[in-house]
Design a protein around this ligand. Structure first.
Ligand code: 13P
Ligand code: ZN
Length: 270
């Protein structure tokens, strides 16, 4: 058996959470990440027959039975993951009943997975239907995107169009745009269902006055997706109060579509 502390999936979680903390997105216990792992790869590091304990999830994830995820712990600080991954992270498998998580490693202090597990697992189910290569769901509190939800309309098309116009490459990175949920109580099955539903048409879902969800094939790509939207929101907040002299037009956004062979969300460009 290889040493779990050297596993690439543990290393990547350590590096990504440290990065996100440094970006200022994940104050205190803010943010959570789940990554779908390859069962064969995990079996090189852990005895898959050894379940440390079982934890009820409180919702049905039948579509994910037998699947293994590495998930940040609830109440845990991203800044601490790098020094103590075994306390701040856990590896869970969805049990045969679809509503129980089997703990295979981690949450060493008796803790459990993020309170946002419903939004994570329901979003995994949705994104896997759209793209079988999707492995990551990431939730965080990026400062500028969050600020933008207080001063910009939450209309999804308008929110997206504002961001597409802030940096030339935004439309290339997120041609599907962003979907937006109004403020809701977090940590509930309701917000989980609403988020997953929004994930059918976009890989980014903004939670009004709270943060954002991103989905992607790996941690780097998902981080980069959120980072790009956050950079655009920062630019927006720097210029929103100033007279606009120049902009990126819809005609220019169409030129980017042609050049980079991407298709913007249907009807979101004039
Ligand atoms: P957890 O500590 O349960 O992951 O919650 C953090 C958070 O960002 C809630 O939305
Ligand atoms: Zn949050």
């Amino acid at each position: 058996m290889k040493d779990i502390f050297t596993a690439p999936f543990v290393e990547e979680m350590k590096n990504t959470t440290a990065n996100m903390y440094r970006m200022g997105w994940d104050e205190r216990n803010g943010g959570n990440i789940s990554v779908l792992l390859d069962n064969d790869e995990v079996s090189e590091y852990l005895d898959l027959n050894h379940v440390i304990r079982t934890i009820p999830t409180g919702f049905d994830a039948t579509a994910l039975i037998g699947k293994i995820f590495i998930v940040t712990g609830t109440g845990k600080y991203f800044k601490n993951v790098i020094d103590d991954p075994e306390t701040n992270l856990g590896i869970i498998r969805i049990a045969e009943d679809g509503t129980t998580a089997e703990l295979l490693w981690g949450y060493k202090d008796g803790g459990k997975f993020t309170s946002e597990l419903p939004a994570h697992l329901m979003s995994h189910i949705t994104r896997l239907e759209v793209n079988p290569n999707n492995r990551v769901i990431m939730h965080t509190h990026p400062t500028n995107l969050l600020a933008m939800t207080y001063v910009h309309t939450l209309d999804e098309r308008e929110f997206t169009r504002t961001l597409w116009r802030m940096c030339t490459e935004c439309i290339v990175v997120f041609p599907d745009g962003l979907n937006v949920l109004p403020w809701m109580v977090c940590g509930t099955n309701e917000i989980g269902e609403a988020t997953a539903e929004k994930m059918t048409t976009a890989r980014l879902v903004v939670w009004g006055q709270h943060g954002i969800y991103g989905a992607g094939a790996d941690l780097d790509e998902t981080f980069g997706l959120i980072e790009t939207a956050e950079k655009a929101a920062e630019l927006y907040l720097k210029i929103a109060h100033l007279p606009r002299v120049n902009t990126i037009s819809d005609e220019q956004l169409h030129l980017l579509e042609d050049h980079f062979k991407v298709k913007a969300r249907e009807g979101w460009l004039d």
